[in-house]
Design a protein around this ligand. Structure first.
Ligand code: ATP
Length: 475
C-alpha cells in the first residue's frame, strides 16, 4: 500500500464562521442606513449614478464616478492581494469576454442559464417568478399595477447575444460572458503547464460579466453589466470537501479583515433543490443589506463538471498528471465567486454612520461618516489650507506634493474648514491635513485630523509622511 500524502490538504483554520440553514429568514431587521440614503449619497458625491442619465437612463446600468472608481479599484486590489500576492498557489488570468459559442454549450449555460419569467396580464410588465412574493392574503400582486393575473412561467435565458463579423446569423452568434469562470476552465491546461503549477493550485480572474436580468434592482446589487472576482481552485478529488471548508473560512476572513462587521455576515448553505447543475455543495456568503440578507459571494464545489464537459466537447484531454502519486485525474474545483459591485455596496452600507458630534463651537452637530477600512477609502489624505490666503498656498501645495506620490490625495480649499472636514468624512478620507498661519509663521507644523476619533494632532511637515505611514492601515 502506498502511503497517503496529505500535503495537498488545506491547513486548518480557526475562523469563526456563522452558518445558517438554507431556509433562514431574509428579513434584515433594523439597519443603520436605508438604501435611499446610500443611493442619494452615491449620487450627490458622484460615487455611483444612473448610466446614460441625460437620456433617461438605462435600467440595470450604473456609472462609477471618480470616488466610485477608486473604491471599486480598492476592492479589486484587496482581492488580488489576498488571492495572488500573499499566496504562492494562485495565478492570474485575463480571458477574453467573447468566447467560442461552444464554451456556453459545454458549461450548460445555453440550455440552463435561465430564470422563470412571468408577465402581468394587466400591465404586461415582466418579472422573475421567484422574486414575486405572495401578499397578506396569500395572493401574488403585480408590484407595478396591483394586478393579480400572470402568465405561466417561461424559461428566459439571461445571456446577452451578439454577432462577430459582418453577418448576423446563427453561425456568427456569440454571447457576452455571464461569468468569468469559463475562461479558467478552457485555459486550465495551458495555464497549468506554462506556469508549472501542481494541484492544488488556483487561477483567478477579475472582469466584466453580463446578465440580462429580468428585474435589475436594489441599485448596484442586481445589474445587467457588472464585475466579478472569481477564483477556480483545482484540487485532487477526495480532498474537495476539506478545501471547500477552507475557502469558506478564507473568504469570511477577507470581508472581516476589511472591516466588515461579522454580525452583518453569514454563510448560508444551499438546499438540495437550490444547487446548480454542476455543484456538489454551495454556500452563499450573505450580507445584511437594508432590503434583505442577500448574496455577496457564492462558494461552490463544482466537482470536475466543467473540465469534463470541455474535454468532451473540445476533444482535448484536460486531465492532470499527478507526478507524486503517479495518477492521472480530472481535478475537482472549489470556486469562490464574488461580485465587485455587490462587495462595494456592502462595504459602503457597513461603513455608513450618522453621528452627533461636538463641533469646535461647542454645539452638537450631525455628521455623516464612512468608516471605510483605510485600504478601501477612495482618498487617503486630504490637504486643506485654512483659507486661500496667498501666504498659505505655497506651503499647502508643498504639503500636497509631499503626500501625492505616496497616497491618493485631494487638495481642497473651497468653503469653511468645518464644511471641508464633513465633505471628507462623507467620502471616508482617513486623514485631513490642515495648513494654517502658525504653519507659515512659526512652527512649520500641520494639524492632522483623524476621521474616526476626530482627534487633532500637530505634526511637523518634516515628520508628516512618516506619521501618516505609521497610521494608514493599507492592508
Ligand atoms: P443571484 O442568485 O443573486 O442572481 P447568482 O447566484 O446567480 O446571484 P453567481 O452566479 O454565484 O450569482 O455569481 C457570483 C457573484 O457575482 C454573485 O455572488 C454576485 O456577487 C455577482 N453577481 C451575480 N449576478 C449579478 C448581478 N446581476 N449584478 C451584480 N452582481 C452580480
Amino acid at each position: 500500500m502506498t502511503a497517503v500524502n496529505h500535503a495537498d490538504l488545506p491547513p486548518a483554520s480557526d475562523a469563526v464562521v456563522a452558518h445558517v440553514e438554507p431556509d433562514a429568514a431574509t428579513a434584515p431587521g433594523p439597519t443603520d442606513v436605508s438604501m435611499e440614503t446610500i443611493v442619494e449619497l452615491c449620487k450627490r458625491r458622484g460615487l455611483v449614478f444612473q448610466g446614460s442619465e441625460i437620456y433617461g437612463g438605462l435600467r440595470g446600468a450604473w456609472d462609477y464616478g471618480p470616488l466610485g472608481v477608486a473604491l471599486k479599484d480598492n476592492v479589486k486590489e484587496a482581492w488580488k492581494r489576498a488571492m495572488l500576492q500573499l499566496r504562492g498557489d494562485i495565478v492570474a488570468l485575463d480571458a477574453a469576454i467573447l468566447m467560442h459559442p461552444r464554451v456556453w454549450e459545454a458549461s450548460g449555460h445555453v440550455e440552463g442559464f435561465t430564470d422563470p419569467l412571468v408577465e402581468c396580464r394587466n400591465c404586461h410588465q415582466r418579472f422573475r417568478a421567484d422574486h414575486l412574493e405572495p401578499g397578506e392574503a396569500g395572493v401574488v400582486v403585480c408590484p407595478s399595477c396591483g394586478g393579480v393575473e400572470f402568465t405561466e412561467p417561461k424559461a428566459f435565458n439571461l445571456m446577452f447575444r451578439t454577432f462577430v463579423g459582418p453577418t448576423e446569423d446563427t453561425s456568427s452568434q456569440v454571447w457576452l460572458r455571464p461569468e468569468t469562470a469559463q475562461g479558467m476552465f478552457v485555459d486550465f491546461s495551458h495555464v497549468q503547464l506554462t506556469s508549472r503549477r501542481k494541484v492544488p493550485f488556483g487561477i483567478a480572474q477579475v472582469g466584466k460579466s453580463f446578465r440580462n436580468e429580468i428585474t435589475p434592482r436594489n441599485f448596484i446589487f442586481r445589474v445587467r453589466e457588472f464585475e466579478q472576482m472569481e477564483m477556480e481552485f483545482f484540487v485532487r478529488p477526495g480532498t474537495d470537501d476539506a478545501w471547500h471548508d477552507y475557502w469558506i473560512a478564507e473568504r469570511w476572513n477577507w470581508y472581516v479583515g476589511l472591516g466588515m462587521r461579522p454580525e452583518n455576515l453569514r454563510i448560508r448553505d444551499h438546499g438540495a433543490d437550490e444547487l446548480s447543475h454542476y455543484a456538489k455543495a454551495t454556500v452563499d456568503v450573505e450580507y445584511r443589506f437594508p432590503f434583505a440578507w442577500s448574496e455577496l459571494e457564492g462558494i461552490a464545489n463544482r466537482t470536475d463538471f466543467d473540465l469534463r464537459r470541455h474535454g468532451e466537447l473540445s476533444g482535448r484531454d484536460l486531465s492532470y498528471y499527478d507526478q507524486a502519486r503517479d495518477e492521472r485525474y480530472l481535478p475537482y474545483v472549489i470556486e469562490p465567486a464574488a461580485g465587485v459591485d455587490r462587495s462595494a455596496l456592502a462595504f459602503l452600507v457597513d461603513a455608513y454612520r450618522d453621528e452627533q458630534v461636538r463641533a469646535a463651537s461647542g454645539r452638537m452637530e450631525r455628521r455623516t461618516v464612512l468608516r471605510l477600512h483605510h485600504a478601501l477609502a477612495p482618498v487617503k489624505v486630504a490637504v486643506l489650507p485654512l483659507s486661500r490666503n496667498d501666504r498659505l498656498v505655497p506651503t499647502a501645495r508643498e504639503v500636497g506634493d509631499l503626500v501625492k506620490p505616496r497616497w491618493m490625495s485631494q487638495y481642497d480649499d473651497a468653503g469653511s474648514i468645518g464644511k471641508r472636514y464633513r465633505r471628507q468624512d462623507e467620502a471616508g478620507t482617513p486623514f485631513c491635513v490642515t495648513v494654517d498661519f502658525q504653519t507659515v509663521e512659526s512652527d512649520r507644523g500641520v494639524t492632522v485630523r483623524d476621521r474616526d476619533t476626530m482627534a487633532q494632532e500637530r505634526v511637523s511637515i518634516d515628520r508628516l509622511v512618516g506619521y501618516l505611514d505609521e497610521r494608514l492601515q493599507l492592508r
